[in-house]
Design a protein around this ligand. Structure first.
Ligand SMILES: Nc1ncnc2c1ncn2[C@@H]1O[C@H](COP(=O)(O)OP(=O)(O)OP(=O)(O)O)[C@@H](O)[C@H]1O
Ligand SMILES: [Mg+2]
Length: 322
């Protein structure tokens, strides 16, 4: 609680509502993002993530709620909000005929930077986002990954204190994704607050201090990555047997195991710590039941996502944990 007294939130929203026609897209959403942290908004397609980003970034009016962004009231002072934020969305403000350097230069001049400062900032961003080799290429000739980096560079020209990234790594190869993560970490180390939407649960796990899962316009679960994983007691040891007699002996000895006789598997609930692993192996030894293989399943954000968003796999995921 003391944290909320000493640090002011970069974003606070209470009762945020948005409808398109008769469709309720955001239904009384409350959320708080602490300054200097990464907040990840997850959710299935159509959950309302982009709508939320567009509202918080002043591109779309909310229908209701009280919202403060970067210290300004969103409804009363949208210009104050705009001056403090940067947004990298799915469709960037890149002129495809201009080169990378020209695009950045134009953006710097739009931010009313003098020629010398504009030159310095453009050069620094080209270096930081590893765009040196393509600086003279028209934006239309960039690869998807280079385009994403140019999008982000364009946003960073204005030196935002609060950065919105709407699916920043969708379609990137693993190396480019890691490079993007590294840039986000560097920005956060400099004190920038990042509000991120993503389809990739590992991305949220890697970057986010807090995660909210949005489904049907509501926040269905919110917390740190570890808190969310603890909400899903899905950890178990999976033992596979090849010999039916060994399976029967093991099944008789391991009372808590979930049995599947056709597949010759046993699922023993547990979080995979060494003591419980040793106990299970000890029992198997005693009854001379040698499993063909043993795997440890620890709950991850995929489990959280499926359990809370009512996707088709949700029932199975919850079932597995019982
Ligand atoms: N301008 C608009 N007019 C009408 N409906 C809209 C508009 N923008 C979004 N919607 C609807 O609002 C819902 C939420 O859309 P939104 O783009 O916020 O979802 P999302 O969570 O970003 O999804 P995705 O993961 O696919 O990007 C969808 O049902 C969408 O069709
Ligand atoms: Mg979206």
């Amino acid at each position: 609680m003391t944290a909320t007294l000493t640090t002011r939130p970069a974003i606070s929203a209470a009762g945020l509502r948005k409808t398109f026609g008769s469709t309720v897209v955001l239904d009384d959403v409350d959320l708080t993002v602490t300054e200097g942290t990464v907040f990840a908004l997850l959710g299935p397609n159509g959950a309302g993530k982009t709508t939320m980003v567009r509202i918080l970034a002043t591109l779309l009016p909310a229908d209701g709620g009280s919202i403060r962004v970067a210290g300004h009231d969103l409804a009363r002072d949208p210009d104050g909000v705009r001056a403090a934020i940067g947004l990298t969305g799915q469709f960037a403000a890149v002129d495809r005929l201009l080169t990378v350097r020209e695009n950045l230069w134009l953006m710097a001049r739009l931010h009313r930077l003098g020629r010398a400062e504009a030159g310095r900032r453009v050069a620094r961003l080209i270096e930081r986002l590893d765009l040196g080799a393509s600086a003279r290429k028209p934006a239309s000739l960039l690869s998807g990954g280079q385009q994403r980096r140019l999008d982000l560079a364009m946003t960073l020209v204005g030196d935002p204190r609060l950065l919105f990234l709407d699916e920043p790594t969708t379609g990137l190869d693993p190396r480019s994704r890691h490079a993007m993560w590294q840039i986000v970490r560097e920005l956060v180390a400099e004190g920038v607050t990042v509000f991120l939407t993503t389809q990739y649960l590992d991305e949220a796990d890697q970057l986010a201090d807090r995660i909210a899962v949005l489904d049907h316009g509501r926040v269905v679960v919110e917390g740190t990555p570890d808190e969310l994983k603890r909400r899903i007691p899905g950890g178990h040891l999976l033992l596979r047997f090849t010999d039916p007699a060994a399976w029967r002996a093991a099944a008789a000895a391991l009372a808590t195991a979930h049995r599947d006789e056709d597949a010759l598997t046993l699922q023993v609930p547990g979080d995979g710590d060494v003591a419980s692993l040793r106990a299970v192996l000890g029992t198997l030894d005693r009854v001379r039941a040698e499993p063909g293989s043993l795997t440890i399943h620890t709950p991850d954000l995929d489990d959280v996502f499926f359990a809370f968003t009512g996707a088709p796999a949700a029932d199975a995921a919850l079932e597995e944990t019982r």
